[in-house]
Design a protein around this ligand. Structure first.
Ligand SMILES: Nc1ncnc2c1ncn2[C@@H]1O[C@H](COP(=O)(O)OP(=O)(O)OP(=O)(O)O)[C@@H](O)[C@H]1O
Length: 226
């Protein structure tokens, strides 16, 4: 089986206020279908920078990024934007839910934006399926203010999963949650990999990292087994 994504020798130097700083100094990373990978690393080590390159929010300075046999390392923004919405689901520490919309409407938004047109009935069915996948179909009509932090994060995960992404990218998704709720959220994301989705989880939490297939550490600009 060919990998979902493969980064080879990826580098990134950010122009700080004083001097340029090399954040990624030759990162190699492969994620297979259905594989979950945790990335640990001290604050400021470049984890979010790496995730933003994987999610095509930014491009490497040098190196290669293969996906489906194509090198995406130097694609223009217009192509990146369409791949971003077709191939990736994003989950962040903050949930970024629209507070005037219900859980179902928040999830359905991901189908309205950037996925072509889907008939209303199909949109509804896929939205409910995604909410069901994260165990909160019964909360579909609730607005975020009526939901706990963990429930809100599960709505955000459903929103990330509703387009059946190839890869789910999560940046500290449990950072704002207590341990027990965080465990549940990690379990929900891990379960998504059983459908073939790859998962890259950036976390400070060793216990959450240990639930992934592989645990890597970003240190001095390179990824190494933790
Ligand atoms: N746009 C930018 N321009 C210049 N420097 C930046 C930029 N974005 C981030 N940095 C710096 O790059 C370094 C890596 O940041 P990054 O957010 O990737 O680290 P991180 O490992 O995700 O940290 P944390 O765990 O605290 O979220 C930090 O020193 C940060 O201050």
């Amino acid at each position: 089986m060919s990998p979902l994504i493969e980064l080879v020798g990826v580098t990134k130097t950010l122009k700080g206020q004083q001097q340029p700083r090399t954040i990624l100094a030759g990162v190699d990373l492969t994620v297979e279908p259905g594989e979950s990978v945790a990335i640990l690393g001290r604050s400021g080590s470049g984890k979010s920078t790496l995730l933003s390159l994987i999610g095509l929010f930014d491009r490497p300075d040098t190196g290669h990024y293969f996906m489906g046999g194509r090198d995406l390392a130097r694609i223009p923004e217009r192509k990146a934007a369409s791949l971003r919405s077709a191939e990736f689901g994003f989950v962040f520490q903050r949930f970024f839910l629209l507070k005037h919309l219900t859980a179902a409407q928040n999830v359905a938004m991901a189908l309205v934006n950037g996925q072509g047109w889907l008939p209303r009935r199909k949109r509804k069915a896929r939205t409910l399926e995604a909410l069901d996948q994260v165990g909160i179909a019964h909360l579909a009509k609730h607005r975020p203010a009526k939901l706990s932090g963990g429930e809100q994060q599960r709505v955000a995960i459903a929103r990330a999963l509703v387009r059946n992404p190839s890869v789910l990218l999560a940046d500290e998704p449990t950072g704002a949650l207590d341990t027990e709720t965080g465990n549940l959220v990690v379990e929900v994301m891990r379960a998504a990999t059983e459908r073939g989705c790859g998962l890259v989880l950036v976390t400070h939490d060793q216990a959450h990292a240990a639930k992934m297939h592989r645990v890597l550490r970003l240190q001095d600009g390179v990824l190494e087994p933790a």
